[in-house]
Design a protein around this ligand. Structure first.
Ligand SMILES: C[S@@+](CC[C@H](N)C(=O)[O-])C[C@H]1O[C@@H](n2cnc3c(N)ncnc32)[C@H](O)[C@@H]1O
Ligand code: SF4
Length: 268
């Protein structure tokens, strides 16, 4: 499935182990509302997300953004590990889907991956979300990021969140942002269950339009410093955009598997 993604905040206060934020000092610059408006208009019927490797709830105009995206097939992705004002919960139902990532049911386990994350705050926010959002209208997902050292909590987490009414998705970590172009080496990515040659683990990001805070197209989520040369203002057909991306360096796994050659089921 192709999902257009816009990075609305360049940064996050957490430093998850395999995330881009683990190795950088974020700028915390944010997307201007005019740029966001262009993104919504351009990709109107598409499924859309408002993050790639940042925390969208840190955008200082989140309330206006929630108003702008209403009825536009939009996803919110958050770690929920921050103080969220009550007004924010009241507008979260404007999103069609809300995806919350966590990686443990206790602080010691959660912070193994979500460095700087606060497990009890996340759980408190999750309960507030349930009190404020109409689950008939907004689908709620938990993305439980599974690794070697938290796998033993997976079953319990699945039971807890399924009973609360969430769609529970175990996410097997399959990439490490800083290794995107060179390949991957972190121990959390090793083992039979993280085998890259299992097709379902290919990220396929190169097919998704990825827009940074300035409105520029990125190659994919982990390679923001590789300029593609197009912005939201360019009227470029999707096929040309993907073709152009393929002339740029792609991560080793994409090259090895040639998965990037597949565009909507057709080999190019
Ligand atoms: C990158 S996060 C950004 C949004 C938000 N800050 C958060 O952490 O949920 C968005 C989603 O990416 C996925 N994700 C995070 N780290 C990953 C990794 N190393 N490999 C694969 N997927 C990952 C998770 O499913 C998470 O819900
Ligand atoms: S919470 Fe999300 S954006 Fe923040 S460090 Fe973790 S994965 Fe990265």
């Amino acid at each position: 499935m192709t999902v257009a993604m816009a990075e609305i905040v360049d940064g996050c206060r957490l430093k998850c182990v395999l995330c881009y934020n683990n190795i950088r000092t974020p700028s915390f610059r944010q997307m201007e509302l005019g740029t966001l408006e262009k993104f919504i208009t351009k990709y109107f019927p598409w499924r859309k997300g408002y993050t790639s490797w940042g925390e969208p709830l840190l955008h200082t105009e989140f309330l206006t953004i929630a108003d702008m995206i209403k009825g536009s097939n939009s996803d919110l992705h958050s770690s929920f590990s921050l103080d969220i004002p009550d007004e924010y919960f009241k507008v979260m139902g404007n999103f069609d889907r809300i995806n919350i990532s966590l990686s443990g049911l206790t602080q010691d386990v959660h912070e193994l991956y979500h460095k700087g994350g606060n497990c009890s705050l996340t759980l408190k926010n999750i309960r507030k979300l349930l009190d404020n959002v109409d689950r008939e209208k907004t689908k709620l997902y938990i993305h439980f990021l599974v690794h070697r050292d938290n796998e033993y909590q997976l079953k319990e987490a699945e039971e807890l969140f399924t009973n609360m009414g969430f769609i529970f998705i175990p996410v097997r970590l399959f990439y490490q942002i800083e290794g995107m172009l060179e390949g991957f080496s972190h121990p959390y990515l090793k083992g039979k269950e993280y085998d890259f040659h299992r097709r379902s683990f290919y990220c396929k990001e190169v097919r998704n339009p990825r827009i940074d805070i300035d409105g520029r197209h990125m190659l994919c989520c982990g390679t923001r410093n590789v300029p593609i040369g197009f912005t939201l203002d360019d009227d470029v057909p999707e096929e040309l955009l993907i073709e152009t991306k393929m002339k740029h360096p792609l991560c080793r796994k994409c090259q090895e598997t040639k998965h990037w050659r597949m565009i909507r089921g057709n080999v190019v």
